[in-house]
Write a protein that binds this ligand. Structure first.
Ligand code: CS2
Length: 485
Protein backbone atom coordinates (compact mmCIF):
# COMPACT_ATOMS: atom_id res chain seq x y z
CA UNK A 1 0.00 0.00 0.00
CA UNK A 2 1.35 3.39 -0.94
CA UNK A 3 1.37 6.20 1.60
CA UNK A 4 2.24 9.77 0.77
CA UNK A 5 2.08 13.11 2.54
CA UNK A 6 1.21 16.08 0.41
CA UNK A 7 1.95 18.97 2.74
CA UNK A 8 3.23 18.89 6.24
CA UNK A 9 2.79 21.60 8.80
CA UNK A 10 3.51 19.74 12.04
CA UNK A 11 0.57 19.64 14.42
CA UNK A 12 2.73 20.58 17.36
CA UNK A 13 3.93 24.00 16.26
CA UNK A 14 1.58 26.99 16.05
CA UNK A 15 0.85 28.24 12.54
CA UNK A 16 2.37 31.39 11.23
CA UNK A 17 -0.01 34.19 10.30
CA UNK A 18 -3.45 33.04 9.28
CA UNK A 19 -6.07 34.68 7.09
CA UNK A 20 -8.86 36.37 9.02
CA UNK A 21 -12.08 34.38 9.42
CA UNK A 22 -14.53 35.21 6.65
CA UNK A 23 -16.77 32.18 7.15
CA UNK A 24 -18.64 31.08 10.25
CA UNK A 25 -19.47 27.40 9.92
CA UNK A 26 -22.08 25.53 11.99
CA UNK A 27 -21.33 21.82 12.33
CA UNK A 28 -17.57 21.10 12.52
CA UNK A 29 -18.01 17.34 12.00
CA UNK A 30 -16.01 15.02 9.79
CA UNK A 31 -17.86 15.91 6.59
CA UNK A 32 -17.13 19.62 6.92
CA UNK A 33 -13.46 18.94 7.70
CA UNK A 34 -13.09 16.57 4.74
CA UNK A 35 -15.00 18.79 2.33
CA UNK A 36 -15.76 22.49 2.90
CA UNK A 37 -12.54 23.09 4.81
CA UNK A 38 -10.37 21.50 2.10
CA UNK A 39 -12.09 23.33 -0.77
CA UNK A 40 -11.68 26.62 1.11
CA UNK A 41 -8.02 25.99 1.95
CA UNK A 42 -7.34 25.21 -1.71
CA UNK A 43 -9.29 28.24 -2.91
CA UNK A 44 -7.20 30.51 -0.67
CA UNK A 45 -3.96 28.79 -1.67
CA UNK A 46 -4.90 29.61 -5.26
CA UNK A 47 -6.46 33.05 -5.01
CA UNK A 48 -5.92 34.36 -1.47
CA UNK A 49 -8.65 36.22 0.43
CA UNK A 50 -9.57 36.47 4.09
CA UNK A 51 -11.64 33.31 4.16
CA UNK A 52 -10.42 31.55 7.27
CA UNK A 53 -13.15 29.53 8.97
CA UNK A 54 -14.43 29.91 12.51
CA UNK A 55 -16.56 26.92 13.39
CA UNK A 56 -19.46 26.55 15.80
CA UNK A 57 -20.47 23.35 17.53
CA UNK A 58 -24.12 23.43 18.55
CA UNK A 59 -23.68 20.59 20.98
CA UNK A 60 -20.55 19.10 22.50
CA UNK A 61 -17.11 20.50 23.19
CA UNK A 62 -15.32 17.31 22.08
CA UNK A 63 -14.08 18.37 18.67
CA UNK A 64 -13.10 21.84 19.93
CA UNK A 65 -11.04 20.28 22.73
CA UNK A 66 -9.31 17.89 20.34
CA UNK A 67 -8.52 20.47 17.69
CA UNK A 68 -7.64 23.33 20.05
CA UNK A 69 -4.80 21.19 21.41
CA UNK A 70 -3.32 21.03 17.90
CA UNK A 71 -3.89 24.64 16.77
CA UNK A 72 -6.93 23.55 14.75
CA UNK A 73 -4.69 21.79 12.22
CA UNK A 74 -5.67 18.23 11.39
CA UNK A 75 -4.93 15.50 8.89
CA UNK A 76 -7.21 14.44 6.06
CA UNK A 77 -6.59 10.90 4.83
CA UNK A 78 -7.65 10.24 1.27
CA UNK A 79 -8.41 6.53 1.06
CA UNK A 80 -7.71 5.14 -2.39
CA UNK A 81 -8.26 1.48 -3.27
CA UNK A 82 -4.48 0.98 -3.21
CA UNK A 83 -3.07 3.62 -0.91
CA UNK A 84 -3.58 6.58 1.38
CA UNK A 85 -2.62 10.19 0.80
CA UNK A 86 -2.36 12.36 3.91
CA UNK A 87 -2.78 16.14 3.84
CA UNK A 88 -2.49 18.63 6.70
CA UNK A 89 -5.40 21.05 6.67
CA UNK A 90 -4.92 24.47 8.24
CA UNK A 91 -7.95 26.68 7.63
CA UNK A 92 -9.94 26.66 10.90
CA UNK A 93 -9.03 29.54 13.20
CA UNK A 94 -11.08 28.45 16.22
CA UNK A 95 -14.18 26.55 17.28
CA UNK A 96 -16.91 28.04 19.45
CA UNK A 97 -19.15 25.77 21.51
CA UNK A 98 -22.58 27.39 21.43
CA UNK A 99 -24.06 25.97 24.67
CA UNK A 100 -20.98 27.18 26.59
CA UNK A 101 -21.16 30.71 25.26
CA UNK A 102 -23.99 31.60 22.88
CA UNK A 103 -23.09 35.30 23.12
CA UNK A 104 -19.70 34.61 21.54
CA UNK A 105 -21.48 33.00 18.59
CA UNK A 106 -23.82 35.98 18.25
CA UNK A 107 -20.82 38.32 18.40
CA UNK A 108 -19.05 36.35 15.65
CA UNK A 109 -22.17 36.55 13.47
CA UNK A 110 -21.93 40.32 13.73
CA UNK A 111 -18.27 40.63 12.68
CA UNK A 112 -18.00 42.62 9.47
CA UNK A 113 -15.47 40.20 7.96
CA UNK A 114 -17.84 37.25 8.40
CA UNK A 115 -19.57 37.28 5.05
CA UNK A 116 -20.70 33.68 4.75
CA UNK A 117 -22.39 31.45 7.32
CA UNK A 118 -22.28 27.87 6.14
CA UNK A 119 -24.08 24.85 7.58
CA UNK A 120 -23.56 21.10 7.86
CA UNK A 121 -26.08 20.49 10.63
CA UNK A 122 -27.77 17.35 9.20
CA UNK A 123 -31.38 17.12 8.11
CA UNK A 124 -32.84 17.46 11.61
CA UNK A 125 -30.92 20.69 12.25
CA UNK A 126 -33.34 22.60 9.99
CA UNK A 127 -36.30 22.15 12.35
CA UNK A 128 -38.82 21.87 9.56
CA UNK A 129 -42.16 20.19 9.59
CA UNK A 130 -42.39 18.02 6.47
CA UNK A 131 -46.18 17.98 6.69
CA UNK A 132 -46.37 21.78 6.16
CA UNK A 133 -42.93 22.34 4.61
CA UNK A 134 -42.59 25.17 7.11
CA UNK A 135 -40.90 25.70 10.46
CA UNK A 136 -41.80 23.18 13.16
CA UNK A 137 -43.27 25.54 15.75
CA UNK A 138 -43.68 22.63 18.16
CA UNK A 139 -39.96 21.90 18.18
CA UNK A 140 -38.93 22.65 21.80
CA UNK A 141 -35.68 24.31 20.70
CA UNK A 142 -37.50 26.61 18.29
CA UNK A 143 -39.97 27.48 21.06
CA UNK A 144 -37.01 28.25 23.28
CA UNK A 145 -35.34 30.38 20.62
CA UNK A 146 -38.46 32.47 20.10
CA UNK A 147 -38.37 33.52 23.73
CA UNK A 148 -34.60 33.76 24.23
CA UNK A 149 -32.94 36.00 21.66
CA UNK A 150 -29.75 36.14 23.68
CA UNK A 151 -29.23 32.42 24.08
CA UNK A 152 -30.46 30.61 20.98
CA UNK A 153 -30.05 26.85 20.67
CA UNK A 154 -30.73 26.15 17.00
CA UNK A 155 -28.79 27.18 13.93
CA UNK A 156 -31.99 28.84 12.66
CA UNK A 157 -32.23 30.88 15.89
CA UNK A 158 -28.60 31.98 15.62
CA UNK A 159 -29.06 32.99 11.99
CA UNK A 160 -32.14 35.08 12.77
CA UNK A 161 -30.71 36.88 15.79
CA UNK A 162 -27.32 37.26 14.10
CA UNK A 163 -29.01 38.89 11.11
CA UNK A 164 -31.08 41.12 13.44
CA UNK A 165 -27.87 42.38 15.04
CA UNK A 166 -26.27 43.08 11.69
CA UNK A 167 -29.28 45.06 10.58
CA UNK A 168 -29.20 47.06 13.82
CA UNK A 169 -25.46 47.68 13.35
CA UNK A 170 -25.94 48.88 9.76
CA UNK A 171 -23.99 45.94 8.35
CA UNK A 172 -24.97 44.02 5.23
CA UNK A 173 -26.37 40.53 5.88
CA UNK A 174 -24.21 37.46 5.34
CA UNK A 175 -24.85 34.75 2.79
CA UNK A 176 -26.30 31.57 4.30
CA UNK A 177 -24.81 28.51 2.61
CA UNK A 178 -26.55 25.24 3.39
CA UNK A 179 -24.40 22.16 2.68
CA UNK A 180 -26.74 19.40 3.82
CA UNK A 181 -28.30 16.62 1.76
CA UNK A 182 -31.72 18.18 1.33
CA UNK A 183 -33.47 19.21 -1.87
CA UNK A 184 -33.32 22.96 -2.54
CA UNK A 185 -31.41 23.33 0.73
CA UNK A 186 -30.95 27.08 0.17
CA UNK A 187 -34.65 27.72 -0.34
CA UNK A 188 -35.42 25.50 2.65
CA UNK A 189 -33.17 27.32 5.11
CA UNK A 190 -34.43 30.64 3.74
CA UNK A 191 -38.01 29.60 4.52
CA UNK A 192 -37.11 28.57 8.06
CA UNK A 193 -35.16 31.77 8.73
CA UNK A 194 -37.91 34.00 7.32
CA UNK A 195 -40.60 32.23 9.32
CA UNK A 196 -38.77 32.59 12.60
CA UNK A 197 -37.72 36.16 11.77
CA UNK A 198 -41.34 37.00 10.99
CA UNK A 199 -42.43 35.72 14.37
CA UNK A 200 -39.74 37.91 16.00
CA UNK A 201 -40.27 41.07 13.94
CA UNK A 202 -41.97 41.20 10.51
CA UNK A 203 -39.77 44.08 9.34
CA UNK A 204 -36.69 41.94 10.07
CA UNK A 205 -38.11 39.23 7.83
CA UNK A 206 -38.67 41.82 5.08
CA UNK A 207 -35.06 43.01 5.33
CA UNK A 208 -33.65 39.47 5.28
CA UNK A 209 -35.92 38.52 2.39
CA UNK A 210 -34.72 41.47 0.34
CA UNK A 211 -31.03 41.65 1.27
CA UNK A 212 -29.72 38.23 2.32
CA UNK A 213 -28.86 35.37 -0.02
CA UNK A 214 -29.41 31.64 0.45
CA UNK A 215 -27.77 29.77 -2.43
CA UNK A 216 -28.48 26.05 -2.73
CA UNK A 217 -25.63 23.59 -3.00
CA UNK A 218 -25.04 19.95 -3.83
CA UNK A 219 -22.25 18.41 -1.77
CA UNK A 220 -20.71 15.02 -2.32
CA UNK A 221 -17.84 13.16 -0.70
CA UNK A 222 -18.10 9.87 1.16
CA UNK A 223 -16.72 10.48 4.65
CA UNK A 224 -17.06 7.58 7.07
CA UNK A 225 -16.75 8.28 10.77
CA UNK A 226 -13.09 8.20 11.85
CA UNK A 227 -12.17 5.06 13.80
CA UNK A 228 -9.40 4.22 16.27
CA UNK A 229 -7.87 2.15 13.49
CA UNK A 230 -7.64 5.20 11.19
CA UNK A 231 -5.86 7.17 13.91
CA UNK A 232 -3.47 4.29 14.51
CA UNK A 233 -2.77 3.90 10.77
CA UNK A 234 -1.87 7.57 10.60
CA UNK A 235 0.45 7.28 13.59
CA UNK A 236 2.22 4.32 12.09
CA UNK A 237 2.45 5.78 8.60
CA UNK A 238 3.80 9.24 9.35
CA UNK A 239 4.27 9.39 13.10
CA UNK A 240 1.55 11.97 13.75
CA UNK A 241 -0.83 11.50 16.64
CA UNK A 242 -4.02 13.19 15.46
CA UNK A 243 -7.36 12.21 16.94
CA UNK A 244 -8.99 15.00 14.93
CA UNK A 245 -8.10 13.38 11.63
CA UNK A 246 -10.74 12.66 9.01
CA UNK A 247 -10.89 9.98 6.33
CA UNK A 248 -12.53 10.37 2.94
CA UNK A 249 -12.75 8.96 -0.56
CA UNK A 250 -10.83 10.60 -3.45
CA UNK A 251 -14.02 11.75 -5.24
CA UNK A 252 -15.58 15.10 -4.44
CA UNK A 253 -18.16 17.32 -6.12
CA UNK A 254 -19.52 20.67 -5.00
CA UNK A 255 -22.13 22.43 -7.09
CA UNK A 256 -23.02 25.90 -5.82
CA UNK A 257 -25.77 28.28 -6.91
CA UNK A 258 -23.92 31.45 -7.80
CA UNK A 259 -25.96 33.89 -5.71
CA UNK A 260 -23.99 35.54 -2.88
CA UNK A 261 -24.35 38.87 -1.08
CA UNK A 262 -22.12 41.30 -3.04
CA UNK A 263 -20.93 38.31 -5.10
CA UNK A 264 -18.42 37.75 -2.30
CA UNK A 265 -17.07 34.22 -1.76
CA UNK A 266 -13.79 32.28 -1.85
CA UNK A 267 -12.62 31.23 -5.28
CA UNK A 268 -13.99 27.73 -4.77
CA UNK A 269 -14.12 27.28 -8.54
CA UNK A 270 -10.30 27.26 -8.50
CA UNK A 271 -10.56 24.16 -6.31
CA UNK A 272 -12.98 22.53 -8.74
CA UNK A 273 -16.39 23.63 -7.42
CA UNK A 274 -19.03 24.22 -10.10
CA UNK A 275 -20.71 27.64 -9.84
CA UNK A 276 -24.08 27.36 -11.61
CA UNK A 277 -27.38 29.21 -11.96
CA UNK A 278 -29.47 26.29 -10.74
CA UNK A 279 -28.47 23.36 -8.57
CA UNK A 280 -31.81 21.52 -8.67
CA UNK A 281 -30.98 18.85 -11.25
CA UNK A 282 -27.61 18.12 -9.62
CA UNK A 283 -29.28 17.79 -6.23
CA UNK A 284 -31.90 15.41 -7.52
CA UNK A 285 -29.22 13.29 -9.20
CA UNK A 286 -27.14 13.12 -6.05
CA UNK A 287 -29.96 12.61 -3.55
CA UNK A 288 -31.68 9.88 -5.54
CA UNK A 289 -28.76 8.08 -7.25
CA UNK A 290 -26.26 8.25 -4.39
CA UNK A 291 -28.13 8.79 -1.15
CA UNK A 292 -31.14 6.72 -2.27
CA UNK A 293 -28.99 3.72 -3.13
CA UNK A 294 -26.86 4.30 -0.01
CA UNK A 295 -29.93 4.06 2.23
CA UNK A 296 -31.12 0.98 0.32
CA UNK A 297 -27.76 -0.69 0.97
CA UNK A 298 -27.74 0.52 4.55
CA UNK A 299 -31.06 -1.08 5.57
CA UNK A 300 -31.06 -4.19 3.40
CA UNK A 301 -27.30 -4.67 3.75
CA UNK A 302 -27.46 -4.39 7.52
CA UNK A 303 -30.35 -6.87 7.71
CA UNK A 304 -28.39 -9.28 5.51
CA UNK A 305 -25.52 -9.13 7.99
CA UNK A 306 -23.18 -6.73 6.17
CA UNK A 307 -21.45 -4.17 8.35
CA UNK A 308 -20.07 -1.97 5.57
CA UNK A 309 -21.16 -0.72 2.16
CA UNK A 310 -18.09 -2.23 0.49
CA UNK A 311 -18.81 -5.64 2.03
CA UNK A 312 -22.41 -5.57 0.79
CA UNK A 313 -21.22 -4.56 -2.69
CA UNK A 314 -18.98 -7.65 -2.88
CA UNK A 315 -22.18 -9.71 -2.83
CA UNK A 316 -23.33 -9.75 -6.46
CA UNK A 317 -26.95 -9.77 -5.32
CA UNK A 318 -26.51 -6.27 -3.91
CA UNK A 319 -24.51 -5.10 -6.93
CA UNK A 320 -27.28 -6.43 -9.22
CA UNK A 321 -29.95 -4.85 -7.01
CA UNK A 322 -28.39 -1.42 -7.39
CA UNK A 323 -27.82 -1.78 -11.12
CA UNK A 324 -31.50 -2.51 -11.63
CA UNK A 325 -32.65 0.08 -9.10
CA UNK A 326 -30.77 2.86 -10.86
CA UNK A 327 -31.69 1.83 -14.39
CA UNK A 328 -35.39 1.09 -13.89
CA UNK A 329 -36.55 3.15 -10.96
CA UNK A 330 -34.24 6.10 -10.32
CA UNK A 331 -32.70 7.38 -13.56
CA UNK A 332 -36.09 7.61 -15.34
CA UNK A 333 -37.29 10.05 -12.64
CA UNK A 334 -34.57 12.68 -13.00
CA UNK A 335 -33.55 15.21 -15.63
CA UNK A 336 -29.91 15.04 -16.71
CA UNK A 337 -27.91 17.89 -15.21
CA UNK A 338 -25.71 19.81 -17.62
CA UNK A 339 -22.41 18.05 -18.26
CA UNK A 340 -23.49 14.81 -16.55
CA UNK A 341 -24.31 11.36 -17.90
CA UNK A 342 -26.59 9.60 -15.42
CA UNK A 343 -25.58 6.06 -16.41
CA UNK A 344 -21.89 6.90 -16.15
CA UNK A 345 -22.58 8.63 -12.81
CA UNK A 346 -24.20 5.47 -11.39
CA UNK A 347 -21.49 3.27 -12.82
CA UNK A 348 -18.90 5.42 -11.05
CA UNK A 349 -20.95 5.11 -7.85
CA UNK A 350 -20.59 1.32 -7.97
CA UNK A 351 -16.82 1.75 -8.03
CA UNK A 352 -16.90 4.33 -5.22
CA UNK A 353 -18.97 1.97 -3.05
CA UNK A 354 -16.62 -0.93 -3.73
CA UNK A 355 -13.50 0.97 -2.58
CA UNK A 356 -12.02 -1.59 -0.16
CA UNK A 357 -10.13 1.06 1.83
CA UNK A 358 -13.41 2.71 2.90
CA UNK A 359 -15.14 1.07 5.82
CA UNK A 360 -18.41 2.96 5.70
CA UNK A 361 -20.75 1.37 8.18
CA UNK A 362 -24.27 0.47 7.09
CA UNK A 363 -25.38 1.45 10.61
CA UNK A 364 -23.93 4.96 10.15
CA UNK A 365 -25.90 5.55 6.96
CA UNK A 366 -29.02 3.97 8.50
CA UNK A 367 -29.13 6.75 11.11
CA UNK A 368 -31.94 9.32 11.02
CA UNK A 369 -33.93 7.46 8.38
CA UNK A 370 -37.11 9.35 9.30
CA UNK A 371 -35.37 12.53 8.13
CA UNK A 372 -33.83 10.99 5.02
CA UNK A 373 -36.47 8.76 3.45
CA UNK A 374 -38.61 11.43 1.74
CA UNK A 375 -35.87 13.00 -0.40
CA UNK A 376 -33.90 9.80 -0.95
CA UNK A 377 -36.58 7.23 -1.76
CA UNK A 378 -40.15 8.50 -1.51
CA UNK A 379 -39.90 11.27 -4.10
CA UNK A 380 -38.67 8.79 -6.71
CA UNK A 381 -41.50 6.39 -5.81
CA UNK A 382 -44.12 9.14 -6.25
CA UNK A 383 -42.62 10.09 -9.61
CA UNK A 384 -42.67 6.46 -10.78
CA UNK A 385 -46.31 6.09 -9.75
CA UNK A 386 -47.21 9.30 -11.59
CA UNK A 387 -45.57 7.89 -14.71
CA UNK A 388 -47.66 4.71 -14.33
CA UNK A 389 -44.67 2.61 -13.27
CA UNK A 390 -44.38 0.46 -10.20
CA UNK A 391 -41.20 0.77 -8.17
CA UNK A 392 -40.72 -2.62 -6.51
CA UNK A 393 -37.08 -2.11 -5.52
CA UNK A 394 -37.62 1.31 -3.99
CA UNK A 395 -40.60 -0.16 -2.12
CA UNK A 396 -38.37 -3.01 -0.96
CA UNK A 397 -35.91 -0.42 0.39
CA UNK A 398 -38.74 1.28 2.30
CA UNK A 399 -39.80 -2.12 3.67
CA UNK A 400 -36.16 -2.70 4.68
CA UNK A 401 -36.25 0.54 6.65
CA UNK A 402 -39.50 -0.60 8.32
CA UNK A 403 -37.94 -3.91 9.21
CA UNK A 404 -34.86 -2.11 10.57
CA UNK A 405 -36.70 0.41 12.75
CA UNK A 406 -38.61 -2.45 14.37
CA UNK A 407 -35.37 -2.82 16.31
CA UNK A 408 -34.62 -6.56 15.99
CA UNK A 409 -32.47 -8.15 13.29
CA UNK A 410 -32.87 -11.46 11.49
CA UNK A 411 -30.95 -13.29 14.21
CA UNK A 412 -33.13 -11.83 16.94
CA UNK A 413 -30.42 -9.36 18.06
CA UNK A 414 -31.33 -5.84 19.04
CA UNK A 415 -30.62 -3.07 16.49
CA UNK A 416 -29.40 0.24 17.91
CA UNK A 417 -31.79 2.46 15.92
CA UNK A 418 -30.54 6.04 16.00
CA UNK A 419 -33.29 8.38 14.92
CA UNK A 420 -35.08 11.33 16.54
CA UNK A 421 -38.30 9.32 16.09
CA UNK A 422 -36.83 5.95 17.13
CA UNK A 423 -39.27 5.32 19.97
CA UNK A 424 -42.35 6.19 17.93
CA UNK A 425 -41.16 4.01 15.05
CA UNK A 426 -40.41 1.06 17.24
CA UNK A 427 -43.75 1.32 19.02
CA UNK A 428 -45.55 1.38 15.69
CA UNK A 429 -43.97 -1.98 14.89
CA UNK A 430 -44.09 -3.77 18.23
CA UNK A 431 -47.62 -2.70 19.08
CA UNK A 432 -48.94 -4.22 15.85
CA UNK A 433 -50.07 -7.80 15.96
CA UNK A 434 -49.85 -8.39 12.19
CA UNK A 435 -47.19 -7.20 9.69
CA UNK A 436 -49.89 -5.41 7.65
CA UNK A 437 -50.74 -3.37 10.73
CA UNK A 438 -47.11 -2.41 11.30
CA UNK A 439 -46.86 -1.17 7.71
CA UNK A 440 -50.10 0.80 8.11
CA UNK A 441 -48.95 2.33 11.38
CA UNK A 442 -45.65 3.49 9.86
CA UNK A 443 -47.27 4.77 6.66
CA UNK A 444 -49.60 6.83 8.83
CA UNK A 445 -46.74 8.99 10.15
CA UNK A 446 -47.26 12.21 8.20
CA UNK A 447 -43.89 13.64 9.22
CA UNK A 448 -42.39 10.98 6.93
CA UNK A 449 -45.06 9.88 4.44
CA UNK A 450 -47.06 12.31 2.40
CA UNK A 451 -50.67 11.05 2.83
CA UNK A 452 -51.22 11.02 -0.93
CA UNK A 453 -48.38 8.52 -1.34
CA UNK A 454 -49.19 6.60 1.84
CA UNK A 455 -52.74 6.01 0.61
CA UNK A 456 -51.76 4.99 -2.89
CA UNK A 457 -52.96 1.34 -3.10
CA UNK A 458 -50.11 0.25 -5.40
CA UNK A 459 -47.50 1.67 -3.04
CA UNK A 460 -49.17 0.23 0.04
CA UNK A 461 -49.44 -3.21 -1.54
CA UNK A 462 -45.87 -3.23 -2.80
CA UNK A 463 -44.38 -2.17 0.56
CA UNK A 464 -46.57 -4.64 2.46
CA UNK A 465 -45.62 -7.57 0.21
CA UNK A 466 -41.93 -6.72 0.54
CA UNK A 467 -42.18 -6.30 4.31
CA UNK A 468 -43.91 -9.67 4.75
CA UNK A 469 -41.34 -11.33 2.53
CA UNK A 470 -38.47 -9.83 4.56
CA UNK A 471 -40.04 -11.26 7.70
CA UNK A 472 -40.86 -14.66 6.24
CA UNK A 473 -37.95 -15.36 3.91
CA UNK A 474 -35.21 -13.01 5.10
CA UNK A 475 -33.46 -10.24 3.18
CA UNK A 476 -31.23 -12.20 0.83
CA UNK A 477 -34.00 -14.57 -0.31
CA UNK A 478 -36.31 -11.61 -0.85
CA UNK A 479 -33.73 -9.88 -3.03
CA UNK A 480 -33.11 -13.08 -5.00
CA UNK A 481 -36.82 -13.58 -5.63
CA UNK A 482 -37.19 -9.98 -6.72
CA UNK A 483 -34.21 -10.06 -9.06
CA UNK A 484 -33.97 -13.56 -10.46
CA UNK A 485 -37.35 -15.25 -10.12
C1 CS2 B 1 -24.75 8.97 3.54
C2 CS2 B 1 -24.12 10.32 3.17
O1 CS2 B 1 -24.69 8.92 5.89
C3 CS2 B 1 -25.42 9.01 4.90
O2 CS2 B 1 -26.63 9.09 4.99
O3 CS2 B 1 -25.65 8.60 2.55
O4 CS2 B 1 -23.48 10.92 4.21
C4 CS2 B 1 -23.19 10.18 1.95
O5 CS2 B 1 -22.04 9.44 2.29
C5 CS2 B 1 -22.78 11.54 1.44
O6 CS2 B 1 -23.93 12.27 1.14
C6 CS2 B 1 -21.89 11.40 0.21
O7 CS2 B 1 -21.71 12.63 -0.36
Amino acid sequence: MEVSLRENSPLTSPPTERPKAGILHFGPGAFFRAFNAIYTAEAMAHSGGNWGIRAVSLRSAGIRDTLAAQHYIYTAAMLMPDGIEYTQVDVIDSILVAPENPQAVLAALCEANIRIVSLTITEKGYCFDPATNGLDHNNPDIMHDLDHPETPRTAIGFLVYGLAQRRAAGLPPFTVLSCDNLPSNGALVRRMVLELAHAVDPSLADWIGAEARFPSTMVDRITPATTARDIENLRQAIGIDDSGCVVHEPFRQWVIEDDFVKDDHPNWAAAGAQMVTSVDAFELMKLRCLNGSHSTLAYLGYLAGYKTIAAAMCDTRFADLLTRLWAREIIPTIPTPEGEDLHAYCHALQERYKNPSIHHKTSQIAMDGSQKLPQRLLGAISDNLKMGNSAPLLCLAVAGWMRYVGGTDELGQEIDVQDPMAQQLRNAVIKSTRPEEAVQALLGIEAIFDPELAQNPKFEASVTTAYISLLEHGTLKTIERELYA
